[in-house]
Design a protein around this ligand. Structure first.
Ligand code: NAD
Ligand code: IPM
Ligand code: MN
Length: 359
């Protein structure tokens, strides 16, 4: 029996509701493949912040280093300013463990009502590849003349050649491995003077090494319009930290709900643990109601197993998701149903065990 060691940070709000369903689904799929998990739970959250003044202990990152992977629910809750909670927990993990790839698949599933007209399952099936450790997400800058009429705030974006090229390379390699071999790059080179033309230049240079790949370069404004008007056009979409963030909410919204979308924060070299989480946040508006959709977390768990070298567990989980959705069993409110978080989680487990929904 093999064992994988997973650090679990359920975090805030619905993070604490969806993570138990993710663990149940992973346990069920793992059992079939004779894999055991060692789950170590960390109660780091906004509640911890209220008690200790920190989102995680001083040696938090050190503690996480020993794990094979990190499974995270959501971070951030009213009562703690978002930049404090996120820069105190989620963002330092991405950075310290050099999880520079944020891979976010977007797929329209049979059974999930699509807000766009005349789209069939299979029509929307692409990846957002988001640069995850630099770019617009930066603590560089500050405030001058604070409290006066002359107050000025500056915020720097950082694009290194190393950081830009490695995310582009990942995206090009992913496009190369796919049937359509099509890469779209998101920038805003008409308005942002330095970083965006630089990104475009690095894309054009790298494209020379991948002659089979069709490359489109878009300004982010029209790209968002095209996501809505012709989502079937896209295959691999690569963007900076901020643009990738925005596109990876918009993409899943075009498939019916952001709540099924997973997010893999990957350190491809495997020098450090990678982290897997749903794309969505802590959803304070529905927290505590037991109606959150756990599928983004379950899909993120599947991506975690793929990353750790268990593709069969990934496939078991994805097949179960597809069947449950196709049969419209136990859908949560965001997908037009009335099921609770636990009922949808149970339907996935039953599907894994018996290939059928619960009675
Ligand atoms: P959100 O994703 O938490 O919620 C947006 C909307 O989507 C809400 O109406 C919510 O009810 C709905 N929703 C989200 N997940 C759902 C699910 N699983 N099932 C059903 N409905 C779901 O985004 P927000 O409101 O902008 O952010 C709330 C908090 O979460 C903030 O503190 C924010 O910073 C944080 N956040 C954290 C992460 C993360 O930890 N990776 C991601 C996004 C937002
Ligand atoms: C996400 C979230 C985070 C991000 C926030 C909470 C900092 O929106 O994971 O998509 O922007 O990366
Ligand atoms: Mn986001």
């Amino acid at each position: 029996m093999q064992t994988v060691k997973i650090a679990v940070i359920a975090g805030d709000g619905i993070g604490t509701e969806v993570i138990p369903e993710g663990i149940r689904a992973l346990e069920a799929a793992g059992r079939q493949c004779h894999l055991e998990y060692e789950w170590t739970h960390f109660d780091w959250s906004c509640e911890t912040y209220h008690k200790t003044g920190r989102m995680m202990p001083e040696d938090g990152l050190e503690q996480l280093k020993a794990f094979d992977a990190i499974y995270l629910g959501a971070v951030g809750f009213p009562g703690v300013p978002d930049h404090i909670s996120l820069w105190g927990l989620l963002l330092p993990i991405r950075r310290a463990f050099d999880q520079y790839v944020n891979l976010r698949p977007v797929r329209l599933f049979d059974g999930v009502p699509c807000p766009l007209a005349n789209k069939q399952p299979g029509d929307i099936d692409f990846y957002v590849v988001r640069e995850n450790v630099e770019g617009e997400y930066s603590a560089m800058g500050g405030i001058q003349y604070e409290g006066t009429e002359r107050e000025i705030v500056s915020q720097q974006s950082i694009f290194t050649r190393h950081g830009t090229d490695r995310i582009l390379k990942y995206a090009f390699e992913l496009a190369q491995s796919r049937e359509k071999k099509h890469l779209s790059s998101a920038t805003k080179s008409n308005g942002i003077y330095h970083s965006m033309p630089y990104w475009d230049k690095r894309v054009a240079l790298m494209a020379q090494q991948y002659p089979e790949i069709k490359v489109d370069q878009y300004h982010i404004d029209i790209l968002t319009a095209n996501f809505v008007q012709m989502p079937e056009h896209f295959d691999v979409v690569v963007g900076s930290n901020l643009f990738g963030d925005i596109l990876s909410d918009l993409g899943p919204a075009c498939t019916g709900t952001i709540a099924i979308a997973p997010s893999a924060n990957i350190n491809p070299e495997k020098t450090f643990p990678s982290m897997f989480e749903p794309v969505h946040g802590s959803a304070p508006d529905i927290a505590g109601k037991n109606i959150a959709n756990p599928l983004g977390t379950i899909w993120a768990g599947a991506m975690m197993m793929q990353h750790l070298g268990y593709p069969e567990i990934h496939d078991t989980l994805l097949n179960a998701m597809e069947s449950v959705l196709r049969n419209k069993n136990s859908l949560t409110h965001d997908m037009g149903g009335t099921a609770s978080t636990q009922e949808l989680g149970a339907a996935i487990v039953e599907q894994i065990h018996y290939g059928q929904p619960p009675l």
